[in-house]
Design a protein. Structure first.
Length: 421
């Protein structure tokens, strides 16, 4: 079996991606799966030969390419089962082309993975009860909406795609709506240099309860292998009008909150109606106070922090899903929480409050603290105005009472942990 991974950006950030993923690739090695990693080489960037020698071995092969045809030509020579993965939204069309070239069934309309409006409009046609209600308008139309034409308050105003939670605002009246348009305009400005500008706006209902994510893999026959749900806390949950993720929790308590029948129905309707095949899906959904399950959005990627969390929680390697024949039942290993640390608004990160960090490291649930080396969002940001750096604090503990106590301590100290200017 082959796990094909390609990365066509000019720079590989010192091969951080491949180095980090090696631990999960090692699991695949033990299951007779070879990793083939393609990267784009041009005059402005070439990979150091010593790095290639360091990583290349009998189960990980790094191959530079200049033309995309080199990838398809290489894949044509392979005879084993192939799983093809990318990490860049800009490459999704070529990703699908490669899968077709390898005679794999593909998702009917891959644009659903990058276009929030298309996701919602497609599913709205047949399963409106499973999607967040919305209006989709141009920037010009948004400026001319009167208070009477706005949906019931509170509601959410946000850009349509490409910028995570940047620019997302909860509004309670028309005055706040006008302010939100100015914030969204700032988000649009951040996208100009990345050629991702799409001046469209979504106004949607506000879901008044909890947010979750679930990761699953869909094979060519639309069999679904599902991981476990993750509870997400946002800044808005702490009464700050911003929707970036601040805390991710998995525990037996989280599992007990989820009605598996309702969640699985939501997943099946998504997969079958959108005809999703041969890909991972990261599915964000909310449960409102009426216990209705509502899709927020989906994408096809699994980033390193998801791999890391599932490894701690369930001793589960998500990368093994494409090579499993049927679903498995996973039992929780530890209650786990991941705090995301970044400065609020435009503040520049200057360092940690060592006194608080020392206390956090002494918590019985402390697992590790680490810096994210992924700088893809430098010009976009996850908060309304972006951030300068990103860190994680991870807790893990069998003892649920102690676990909750340690979470509470970090929540109280959250805005004192980092120094900013």
């Amino acid at each position: 079996m082959y796990f094909i991974w390609f990365y066509s950006k000019k720079k590989l950030y010192h091969l951080y991606t491949i180095e980090y993923f090696k631990k999960w690739f090692g699991y695949l090695k033990n299951h007779w799966t070879k990793i083939i990693f393609f990267y784009k080489e041009d005059k402005s960037f070439s990979l150091d030969i010593d790095i290639i020698k360091k990583i290349n071995n009998t189960w990980i092969t790094i191959i530079p390419f200049k033309k995309r045809s080199e990838i398809t030509d290489y894949i044509a020579k392979l005879s084993w089962k192939i799983f093809i993965y990318i990490s860049q939204e800009q490459e999704i069309n070529f990703w699908n082309t490669i899968k077709k070239y390898a005679n794999q069934k593909t998702t009917k309309n891959i644009k659903i993975f990058t276009n929030k409006y298309l996701q919602r409009s497609i599913i709205w046609k047949i399963y409106p009860e499973t999607i967040v209600q919305y209006k989709y308008i141009t920037q010009k139309e948004a400026k001319n909406i009167s208070e009477k034409k706005l949906p019931p308050m509170p509601c959410i105003v946000k850009p349509t795609w490409w910028i995570q939670s940047s620019g997302v605002c909860k509004i309670k009246n028309h005055m706040e709506y006008i302010k939100s348009l100015k914030i969204i305009e700032q988000s649009f400005e951040k996208l100009k240099n990345k050629k991702l500008l799409n001046k469209k706006i979504i106004i949607e209902e506000y879901i008044d309860w909890k947010m979750y994510t679930i990761d699953y893999y869909v094979d060519e026959n639309q069999n679904i292998i599902v991981a476990k749900p993750v509870f997400i806390k946002l800044w808005i949950d702490y009464w700050i009008n911003d929707f970036c993720n601040i805390l991710r929790i998995t525990s037996k308590d989280v599992e007990n909150e989820i009605d598996n029948t309702s969640m699985n129905e939501l997943i099946k309707k998504t997969v079958y109606w959108w005809n999703i095949r041969n890909t991972f899906v990261h599915h964000e959904f909310k449960i409102n106070s009426k216990w209705e399950y509502k899709t927020i959005e989906i994408n096809w990627r699994i980033w390193w922090y998801r791999l890391s969390m599932y490894q701690v929680w369930y001793h589960l390697n998500l990368l093994s899903f494409p090579f499993q024949k049927r679903n498995k039942s996973y039992s929780i290993k530890k209650n786990t929480a991941t705090f995301v640390l970044y400065p609020k608004k435009n503040w520049s990160f200057m360092g940690f409050n060592d006194e608080i960090i020392d206390k956090i490291k002494k918590l019985r649930s402390f697992y590790k603290i680490q810096q994210s080396k992924n700088n893809i969002w430098e010009k976009i940001g996850l908060t309304k105005s972006g951030y300068s750096n990103l860190w994680f604090i991870i807790l893990a503990n069998w003892d649920y009472k102690q676990f909750k106590k340690d979470i509470s301590y970090i929540e109280k100290k959250y805005f004192e942990i980092i120094y900013v200017v």
